[in-house]
Structure formats: C-alpha cells, structure tokens
Ligand binder design. Structure first.
Ligand code: NAD
Length: 486
C-alpha cells in the first residue's frame, strides 16, 4: 500500500496550517503507482485574502530588522533543511516521481544552499554614498519591494520555493507562494521550517491552487512583485497581468537549449553532458540541452556512444536508490512526450533508441534518442519537457551558432570543444542567459541563472537576484543654501 503524505492542512498562513474545504479539490498522485497520496483544496478568495493580509502585516517589522538578523533566520532554516534532507527528499520523490538518487542531492539540498547563501548576503546589503560638487551628497537606501508572490512549476518544487523565498526574505520582503497544483507538498515543509528557524508568522505563506489562484494573486493590489517559474505561455499571461499594476517581475520560463559539440571535443564528456542534459529528472528540466548539434566528423560516433550509454539507465521504482530514471510527473505529461516522439518519427527523424511507453500503473516512458533531426521538425523547435534527445548534424562554427540561436527561447546553451578561443567565442555568440563551456546544467547558487528572449526576465541566485527583490531609493542631501531665480 502506498504511504499517505496528507499534510495537516492545504495552506500555511500566518504561521499555521489552514483549511477551507470549499476550495476545488487537488489530488496529489504518486507517479510511480498512480495512487492518490494526499487530497488538498485550492485557495478560496478568503484564503488568498488572509495570506496577503498576513504577509503585509509581517513585512514591515521584518524589513526593520538588520540584515544580519534576517540572515540568521535564513541560515538556521538552511541547517534545519539539511537535517531533514532525507524526509524532504522522500516527499519530493512521491510528489514528482523523480528518483530518490536525485532528490537526495539536488532538491532540498539546493534549497538549503539558497537559504544559506542569501542568509549570508543579507547583512551585506547596503546603499552607496555619492559625493556631489560643492559638498552636497546623495546616498541610496536599498529597500524591500514589499509583498512578493512566488508561483512554482512542478519539476523542482522545494528548490523553486527556496530560490524565490531566500532572496526575497533576505531583502526584507514577505512572500505568498503558490506551488504547482501537481506538486503542492514540499512548500508547506519550507513554511514550517522558516517558522522553526525564527521567521515571524505571516512572513512566508503557502496557498494552493490551479492557475486561477495564481491569477488572483498576480493582480491583487497588495502585491508588489511576482516571480514565476513556468512555461512561456503562462509567463506571457502573468507578465501582462503584473504589468497592469506596474509590478516587478521575474520570469523563469521554458527553453529549447542547444549543446554544440565540435569534433575536437572530449567525446565522453560531451556524451555525459548530453545524457544529463536530456534525461536527468526524466527530462523535466527547463534548461535541458534538447538540441544537440554535433559536427560531421564525430556525428556517428557520438550517436552510437549515447545509444550505448543509454543501456545503463535504470528505469523503475524511484524510491530505490539504484534507479536513475523515474516516471514522468503525470499521465498527461507522458502523453505529451509520447505525442512528440510520434511526431518525430512521422517527420522523418531516426529513432535510434527508446521512446516506448511502459506498461503498468506508473507514468513511465523510456528515454528516447533521435538522430538525423533537422531544424524544422517539431521535436527540434518546441519544448517537450521530457526525456527526448534530438541530435542534429553541423559542418562549421558559424552555421552551428546561427542554428543554435534560431529559436524564440534563450535559457541555456553549451559548447564542447578543446579549442580555448573557440569555446569563449561561441559562448559570447550564444543568445542565452546561462552558457556552459565543457560542462552543462550546473546551477550553483553563486551563479546567476535565468533566460533571455522568450525564456524569461530577471535572474535567480547569486548577487544578481538581490537586484530583483529590492529597490533603490535616492536621498539627495543639500549641504548649501538653496538658491531660487526670484
Ligand atoms: P505552467 O506554466 O503550466 O505552470 C506554472 C505555474 O503557473 C503553476 O503553479 C500554475 O498553476 C501557474 N499558473 C498557470 N496559469 C496561471 C495564470 N494564468 N496566472 C498565474 N499563475 C498561473 O508550467 P509547468 O507545467 O508547471 O512547468 C513546466 C514549465 O516550467 C516548462 O516550460 C519549464 O521549462 C518551466 N520551468 C522553467 C524553469 C526556469 O527556471 N526557467 C524552471 C523549471 C521549469
């Protein structure tokens, strides 16, 4: 029998769990078995109201603390999160289907990194002093924005919640976070942890719901900033709605990122990067390098080696730590992926390996490797968000760059080469927010992460995130008599 993961209640507001069973039902399904492991309710208008009011009430006092005091709370929360890593990872595996071998190292662990990093940075946040001719001067104050709304996707639930909460809280903001309706559980754990670490009630609230709840939050006059992680179509809607109220935004959206492998590359490293960048988290990663451009001379060897290495994938029970490929998050997502695999074949790509939907109750599909993919095929143009690698052939550098950039997306891009100058030249030419040379998909908290073009606005992680969760006030100080024309 599958274990229940029923939380105390659906929402976490003003420091405690709250329920309103009038809200639409949200069933949490374990992707390995299809069993319902929790039943929650979407937020009603009364719940949304309570969450925003409590965030507003908590924010002023929190912003009045010193940065070091705020930082202490975040660093304590990081410690608690690390202490609970296994329990949090098991929740995340049940919510998403991602193998425990991944969630143990990449989810709560990365959330804790963000809490620790921004906790450390909180005490360093200052304005500057600007001398003006004649003795006057200007100083700037770095101030909080107010109440921030965070809206999450389902692929990295606690990581996304933490990547938004940590910089927001470090800067003196409060947050109302709405997890994806597919994966509502772990954000509630983060809310509890922050309270235990000493955060005031109301500072970080979690409300559940489908898109309509997100929509209601984005347009509420009490909200000063919206940070969304989601698809481009949702990003367009949320950005437009936020613009109406002139709210700040961060948009972490989808991608169709290229990995360009030159003939002088370290083949095995490039193959490893392509495997990680397409099949980790069963391919459900925004920055995945789903268009792998490989130079003529090594094309066949590259495809053959990826296919060979795919034999090593262990597909199955995500709670078994030997498993490396879990189920997809939902039957619906698997259906979308299977549709793309069918389209790839119909459009003339060569399915080298995998791609079969597996029998059983879980939402399993084999990772798929396509060769002979051309730029116009739907599998080379659209974000699939599943384990489908497309390998394309190229001849020279200029051609590879032009084709890599010929997309509306611009989240990430990677180049594999042993030519030092070429590596930097290609990275500079990529139209993408996060680029890699001889590496792929690593996202340490110290490095800015985010997209260009349709892939997003703003940056998460690193000192750059501070700019997106605070604003500068200018104070001009007159040290001289004021003159007037009359
Ligand atoms: P989605 O766009 O369907 O949903 C994202 C969130 O937005 C959910 O919480 C959803 O309830 C909410 N939402 C939907 N409609 C809304 C509306 N009108 N107003 C406000 N909120 C609304 O995305 P998804 O399927 O959950 O996640 C997959 C997508 O997320 C992929 O495109 C992936 O690339 C992207 N993603 C991006 C990053 C990044 O950092 N760039 C990270 C992870 C996932």
């Amino acid at each position: 029998m599958t274990q229940s993961y029923q939380p105390t209640a659906s929402h976490f507001i003003n420091g405690r769990y709250v329920e309103d069973s009038a809200g639409e039902v949200i069933e949490v399904v374990y992707p390995h078995t299809g069993a319902v492991i929790a039943t929650l309710h979407a937020a009603t208008p009364a719940i949304i109201d309570a969450a925003l009011d409590s965030a507003r009430a908590a924010q002023a006092g929190w912003a009045a603390l010193s940065g070091s005091e705020r930082g202490r709370v975040l660093r304590k929360a990081a410690d608690i999160m690390r202490d609970r890593n296994r329990a949090l990872s098991e929740i995340e595996t049940h919510d998403t289907g991602k193998p425990l071998s991944e969630t143990l190292v990449a989810d709560a662990a990365s959330g804790a990194d963000a809490l620790e990093y921004f906790g450390g940075l909180a005490g360093t946040l200052t304005g500057e002093h600007i001398p003006i001719a004649g003795g006057d001067f200007v100083y700037t104050r770095r101030e909080a924005l107010g109440v921030c709304v965070g809206i999450g996707a389902w692929n990295y639930p606690i990581q996304i919640a933490s990547w938004k909460a940590a910089p927001a809280l470090a800067c003196g903001n409060a947050m109302v976070f709405k997890p994806s309706e597919m994966t509502p559980l772990s954000a509630l754990e983060l809310a509890e942890i922050l309270i235990e670490a000493g955060a005031p009630a109301g500072l970080f609230n979690v409300v559940q719901g489908y898109g309509a709840v997100g929509g209601a939050l984005v347009t509420d006059p009490r909200v000063n900033k919206v940070s969304l992680t989601g698809s481009v179509p949702t990003g367009r809607k949320v950005y437009a709605a936020a613009a109406e109220g002139m709210r700040h935004v961060t948009m972490e959206l989808g991608g169709k990122s290229p990995i360009v492998v030159f003939e002088d590359a370290h083949l095995e490293n490039a193959v490893s990067a392509a495997i990680n960048g397409n099949f980790y988290s069963t391919g459900q990663i925004c920055s995945n390098g789903t268009r792998v451009f490989v130079q003529d001379a090594i094309y066949d060897a590259f495809v053959a080696r990826v296919a060979e290495r795919m034999d090593g994938a262990v597909i199955g029970d995500p709670m078994d730590e030997a498993t490396t490929v879990g189920p997809m998050v939902s039957a619906r997502q698997r259906e979308i992926v299977a549709g793309y695999i069918a389209a790839g074949r119909a459009e003339g790509a060569r399915l080298v390996k995998g791609g079969a939907v597996l029998d059983g109750d879980g939402f399993y599909i084999e990772p798929a490797l396509f060769a002979d993919v051309t730029d116009g095929m739907s599998i080379a143009r659209e974000e699939i968000f599943g384990p489908v690698m497309s390998v394309l052939r190229f001849t020279d550098e200029a051609e590879a760059i032009a084709r890599a950039n010929a997309t509306e997306f611009g989240l990430a891009a990677g180049v594999f080469t042993n030519d030092l100058t070429r590596g930097h030249r290609v990275a500079a030419a990529f139209e993408a927010g996060t680029c890699y040379i001889n590496a792929y998909n690593l996202t340490p908290v110290e490095a800015p992460f985010g997209g260009v073009k349709a892939s997003g606005v703003g940056r998460e992680n690193s000192k750059a995130a501070i700019e997106h969760y605070s604003q500068i006030k200018t104070v001009y100080v007159g040290m001289n008599d004021t003159e007037a024309a009359f």
